[in-house]
Ligand binder design. Structure first.
Ligand code: F6P
Length: 329
């Protein structure tokens, strides 16, 4: 079987170990792997990874040393053209011409929506792999990259806390995650933040200011609030203006963590997840599976139909917000 593999959307730490797992598991099973560069854009432009032996195929040696490398050696992109009928038609044409029997796209919500659309018109097999710091997919408890991104954000918060404490002030730390608050919430709990705002819960400025006044009266001199970039307040800068206007008792500053959360050496958890998902995806192709995503469900790697994993709003874990509230007092 000739298996195409690509990374699409925002890069995530752990994509490289996942590519390594796919290539090596496929080799053992006698398959050939074609690396498609720059995600769906590379599929439309027929841009393939050229291996050490000069052929457009990936060998076990081409993926040496990838366990500890952030980013993706296949490169990534966002490709609006692929979201059109014409784009999908061209992708089918290119997959057929290059004799690719199966596709393993690694990415988040947008990537797997694209995979679902492709599956409606292409006869080949498709198994998606969840690779995004956002953790915005159903059918998996964690996406590849999520754990490393939490660690990166928490390390930044630990440093900011020193300055917040030294200057009696409050930092509003904007955390990535597009429409999903999982990264902000996990960061807030691990970083000991006093308050968090996420897209899944409506923001009430008066309630936050009440809470800040309570903290101030109880003797807290400094404060860290995690703000999800997709929060309905419009992000940390807007949040600061609204809190100021509503009478926040703290001097406030904004820090936007931004793309720093997407890079870095993947942590052990992401590497293990990437290895398990990559191997299972190849195995699933051998079983004739298609139109599904591999994901971590109750400690096991399971397959879930692509249709079910793509959601606008991933539910957050209510106990996490409760823990945060409890520990912040
Ligand atoms: O999907 C991953 C992500 O990092 C989101 O958290 C963020 O909203 C978005 O990508 C940023 O995208 P870009 O790098 O294209 O600006």
């Amino acid at each position: 079987m000739r298996i195409g593999v690509l990374c699409s959307g925002g890069d995530a730490p752990g994509m490289n170990p996942c590519i390594r797992a796919i290539v090596r598991a496929a080799y053992v099973k006698g398959h050939t792997v074609v690396g498609i560069k720059h995600g769906y854009r590379g599929l439309l432009e027929e841009e393939f990874f050229i291996g050490a032996d000069g052929r457009p195929e990936m060998s076990g040696r081409d993926v040496s040393g990838l366990t500890c490398r952030g980013g993706t050696i296949l490169y990534s992109s966002r490709c609006p053209q692929f979201a059109t009928e014409e784009g999908v038609r061209k992708a089918v044409e290119n997959l057929t011409r290059n004799k690719i029997d199966a596709l393993l796209p690694i990415g988040g919500n947008g990537t797997l929506s694209g995979a679902r659309d492709l599956g409606k018109v292409w006869n080949g097999q498709i198994i998606g792999l969840p690779g995004t710091i956002d953790n915005d997919l159903r059918g998996t408890e964690r996406t590849i990259g999520f754990s490393t991104a939490i660690q990166t954000a928490v390390e930044a918060i630990d440093k900011l806390r020193d300055t917040a404490g030294s200057h009696d002030m409050m930092f509003l730390v904007e955390v990535m995650g597009r429409h999903c608050g999982d990264l902000a919430l996990a960061t807030a709990v691990a970083g000991g933040c006093e308050i968090v705002s996420v897209p899944e819960i409506k923001t009430s400025i008066p309630a936050i200011v009440d809470r800040l006044n309570f903290f101030r009266k109880s003797g807290k001199k400094s404060m860290i609030m995690a703000v999800a970039e997709g929060d309905d307040s419009g992000g940390a800068y807007k949040m600061l203006e609204m809190l100021k206007a509503a009478g926040s008792p703290y001097e406030m500053r904004v820090v936007v963590l931004g793309h720093v959360q997407r890079g870095g050496v993947p942590c052990a958890d992401d590497r293990i997840l990437a290895a398990r998902l990559g191997c299972r995806a190849v195995e699933a192709l051998g079983e004739g599976e298609t139109g599904k995503m591999v994901g971590l469900v109750k400690g096991e790697i399971k397959l879930t139909p692509l249709e079910e994993v793509i959601v606008d709003h991933h539910e957050i874990t209510p106990s996490m917000t409760e823990i945060l509230g409890l520990l912040a007092t």
